[in-house]
Design a protein around this ligand. Structure first.
Ligand SMILES: CC(C)(COP(=O)(O)OP(=O)(O)OC[C@H]1O[C@@H](n2cnc3c(N)ncnc32)[C@H](O)[C@@H]1OP(=O)(O)O)[C@@H](O)C(=O)NCCC(=O)NCCS
Length: 422
């Protein structure tokens, strides 16, 4: 008797994935890692445009990272048969996820009301830049724009007197993917209790705004008088709290509590500073911020980096070297915990990919997942979910409804150092 596959957190959950680029695919990626069955419906002729963004060997490197474990069904939506196939699929799935600009699904006849008519138990999740309602909703948008309208870009990085700066990673896209995943998992739980499906949405703007910390409450208290500032290298409300220059790296050192300052003084072999009337409390240190920063920087200047980190760690002072990606990927801690993982790709070979960020004690062992080629699973999906015959599939191929491509379409490449988030 064949051994049964071990049960996984999302075993048996079927997800129809009409997402592209990062924010939507990151949600379905998390779900697939938890064991959901994900069929990615791609719009021909190119499919997910992330396939040709920042390529190596005609393969979108970020596409591989985000779409492992999904099955690709690529349809030519210029042919009305494509939408008919999606409508047939909807009847067999638990969840439909999409991240087109608001209005696109409705123009395809796939708005929630239409979808619900086909499958009342379905959970439909829309991911957008600014939400499905409100004055900004009709606009297309990417990560950074959500950060702009959330008031986050203004303070995210850069010197207080300089301009805002672009982050080098798509934090908002992944945050939004996680928001959508949490929503989908919660809606599945709700359905398991009530039998009811529902519509939910997540947006870059709402997710970014949720990441706002104390500034929102404080501006309500102080109104226009509060203008949160970019911090630059050092916090202005806590001291010392910021980036110091080490021998090999920038070092991020944080002392949000007075006891950490005292521990730092011990680590620096200057315990008398902890009792000094100019430095004993955070308020005193903030008043004498320049002197504190100078004292700590002078200690870093005089101490080899490894030795400084060892002494800070021994004294439980929160500190970390600012690693670049290559250093992070090679770090034994990230390797040991599977934070970074090896994955196989038919076009790239073995590559490093980010691992799954939640640790379950059961039901979610890491899997060997590969990202699909465009339309790789056209036949499997149509046979498995819709029971299509070989003749019917051949006819759809002849009519140009099904699209399959052995390599991702190439596109002019930015040099790696110029590679940007979309
Ligand atoms: C990502 C985004 C900015 C792309 O904008 P866009 O290329 O203009 O795509 P839209 O979603 O607005 O769709 C516009 C049209 O292109 C079509 N289209 C979208 N993706 C397509 C694809 N991969 N291939 C072919 N056609 C496609 C749509 O069907 C739509 O057709 P219609 O106008 O006839 O209805 C937009 O989809 C969006 O704002 N999505 C929500 C926010 C988001 O997730 N942003 C990405 C974060 S990583």
């Amino acid at each position: 008797m064949a051994a049964r596959a071990p049960r996984r957190i999302m075993s048996g959950v079927k997800i129809l994935d009409m997402t592209q680029v990062i924010a939507g695919p990151s949600a379905t990626h998390l779900l697939v890692e938890m064991g959901a069955e994900v069929v990615k419906i791609e719009l021909g002729p190119t499919g997910d445009r992330y396939r040709f963004f920042i390529q190596a060997n005609n393969r979108g490197t970020a596409f591989v990272r985000l779409n492992r474990g999904k099955k690709s069904l690529c349809l030519n939506f210029r042919n009305p048969r494509a939408v008919e196939i999606v409508r047939e699929m909807i009847a067999h799935f638990d969840v439909l996820v999409e991240n087109f600009a608001p209005g696109v699904m409705a123009r395809m006849g796939l708005d929630y009301e239409s979808v619900r008519q086909i499958n009342p138990r379905i959970i439909m999740c829309s991911v957008s830049a600014f939400g499905q309602t409100g004055p900004l909703s009709s606009q297309p948008g990417y990560d950074y724009l959500g950060a702009c309208y959330a008031g986050v870009m203004d303070v995210m990085g850069g010197e207080p007197d300089g301009s805002p700066t672009l982050p080098g990673v798509a934090i908002g896209d992944y945050l939004t993917g996680m928001t959508a995943t949490a929503g989908i998992a919660s809606a599945l739980f709700y359905r398991s209790q009530t039998g009811e499906g529902q519509y939910l949405e997540a947006s870059l703007l709402d997710s970014y705004f949720y990441a706002q910390d104390q500034a929102v409450v404080r501006q309500a208290l102080y109104g226009g008088k509060l203008r949160p500032r970019r911090l630059g290298r050092h916090d202005t409300a806590l001291c010392p709290q910021g980036l110091f220059k080490g021998e090999k790296h920038w070092l991020c050192l944080l002392c949000p509590m007075d006891k950490m300052w005292r521990q730092l003084c011990v680590a620096m072999d200057q315990p008398e500073l902890a009792r000094h009337p100019d430095f004993a409390t955070n308020a005193q240190r903030v008043r004498n911020r320049e002197r504190v920063i100078q004292i700590v920087q002078q200690w870093f200047d005089a101490t080899p980096e490894d030795e400084a980190l060892r002494r800070l760690n021994e004294n439980r002072v929160p500190v970390a070297p600012v690693l670049n990606t290559s250093e992070a990927v090679a770090h034994p801690h990230l390797r040991q915990r599977g934070t970074v993982r090896k994955a196989q790709d038919p076009m790239l070979g073995e590559v490093d990919v980010p691992g799954f960020p939640i640790r379950f004690s059961s039901g979610a062992d890491p899997q060997d997942l590969q990202a699909p080629l465009l339309g790789q699973h056209n036949i499997d999906v149509l046979k498995h979910y819709l029971g299509y015959s070989d003749e019917r599939i051949a006819q759809l191929k002849n009519e140009g409804v099904l699209i399959e491509r052995p390599v991702d379409l190439p596109k002019a490449q930015p040099k790696p150092q110029e590679a940007r988030n979309p």
